[in-house]
Design a protein around this ligand. Structure first.
Ligand code: SF4
Ligand code: FES
Length: 351
């Protein structure tokens, strides 16, 4: 007979929950949900080994366990600390956490450009959210920020190393989703950078998933770059029968009208790739992500269901009536978008 395991009782911000042994504080907090859930920039449930890099998930453990009630001497990373029976944790009720978290955000921003107005990740960037919630008004940093050359990771992915916070999610994703690892973190300290070894291109059919796991705008989709702001798009859940066995074929289409501007994996409220019906993470292949940009390629399910607090929801509209199009009438039938393609005349999008 299978051995019966006793659940652990853990109290987070005065809310008690029972969880299985081995659950981390962050996972327990997510089970409770709401404001008490610490932010996480590097932990990513579907990626084995992730977490412990960014320190944004710091919490105070005011009681270690029932057996040893001493508080933990320092704030701990909730994604890497397992719950103990009788543990008491403070996140939003802690006096120490807000200050520590503000320090972590200040540290992350010391080397992160404040280029949200032109960054494709704006509106769905976890660092942007964190900056709003815990950032300081000014900077104490007087030195030159680290700068790197922009790097093409294959035909579809652009790496902006200046924006990278070295969370390692993309390294884990590349390691765990492709057969051959070709990129990783090179060097250490403020020279550390995500790079392809000897500038190899990443041509694996699942490599586009590194874009989805990147919490900031360091890895972006070249087919979407500078095409639109995410809050002007209308996210729609859709699927297709993809013949790639590693691809789940279940995606979110980011549309403007009938134009599919971007295709991504579906994400949950924590910004992580959602599990599909068979319980496996819903990674998608490069063909679905980069090549299927027509509504005809997809079976439409309806507006994206998962809501985040971010501005993404701005475009989450249903049953709208499209206004009568008059421009092409005025322009003798010509389509305005065919008059000028910004990418032909602007150097912004070029390396
Ligand atoms: S490129 Fe993005 S996912 Fe990769 S380490 Fe940097 S911030 Fe993390
Ligand atoms: S999410 Fe816990 S250290 Fe980054």
């Amino acid at each position: 007979m299978a051995e019966q395991t006793t659940n652990f009782k853990v109290t987070i911000d005065n809310i008690t929950i029972e969880v299985a042994p081995g659950t981390s504080i962050l996972e327990a907090a997510r089970m409770i949900g709401g404001d008490i859930t610490p932010p996480a920039m590097c932990f990513y449930t579907p990626l084995e080994g992730s977490g412990g890099k960014c320190r944004t998930c710091l919490v105070e453990v005011s009681k270690g366990s029932e057996k040893d009630p001493r508080p933990m001497p320092k704030l701990v990373a909730s994604c890497r600390t397992g719950v103990m029976d009788g543990m008491e944790v403070k996140n939003i009720t802690s006096e120490k956490v807000p200050d520590a978290r503000a320090g972590v955000v200040e540290m992350l921003l010391a080397n992160h450009p404040l280029d949200c107005p032109i960054c494709d990740q704006a509106g769905e960037c976890h660092l942007q959210d964190l900056g709003y919630e815990h950032g300081k008004e000014g900077t104490r940093y007087e030195f030159k920020r680290r700068t790197f050359e922009r790097l093409d990771l294959g035909p579809y992915i652009q790496l902006h190393m200046n924006r990278c916070i070295l969370c390692y999610r993309c390294v884990f994703a590349a390691n765990q989703l492709s057969d051959k690892r070709e990129h990783g973190v090179l060097d250490r300290g403020d020279h550390a950078q995500i790079s392809t070894f000897i500038q190899n291109n990443l041509d694996n059919d699942m490599i586009g998933n590194v874009i989805d796991v990147c919490p900031v705008g360091a890895l972006t989709d070249k087919t979407f770059r500078f095409k639109n702001r995410v809050w002007f798009t209308n996210p729609i859940d859709a699927h297709r029968n993809c013949d790639n066995p590693k691809c789940c074929g279940e995606v979110t289409l980011w549309n403007r009208g009938e134009d599919v501007l971007r295709v991504t994996a579906r994400k949950n409220q924590w910004g992580e790739v959602m599990n599909t019906k068979n319980g496996k993470p819903g990674w998608i292949c490069n063909t679905c992500r980069f090549d299927k940009k027509s509504m005809k390629d997809w079976t439409i399910e309806g507006p994206m269901k998962v809501s985040r607090h971010s501005v993404i929801n701005q475009g989450h509209y249903q049953n709208t009536v499209k206004p009568h199009e008059t421009i092409s009438k005025v322009l003798d039938g010509r389509q305005p978008k065919l008059l000028m393609n910004i990418h032909d005349i602007s150097g912004v999008n070029k390396k």
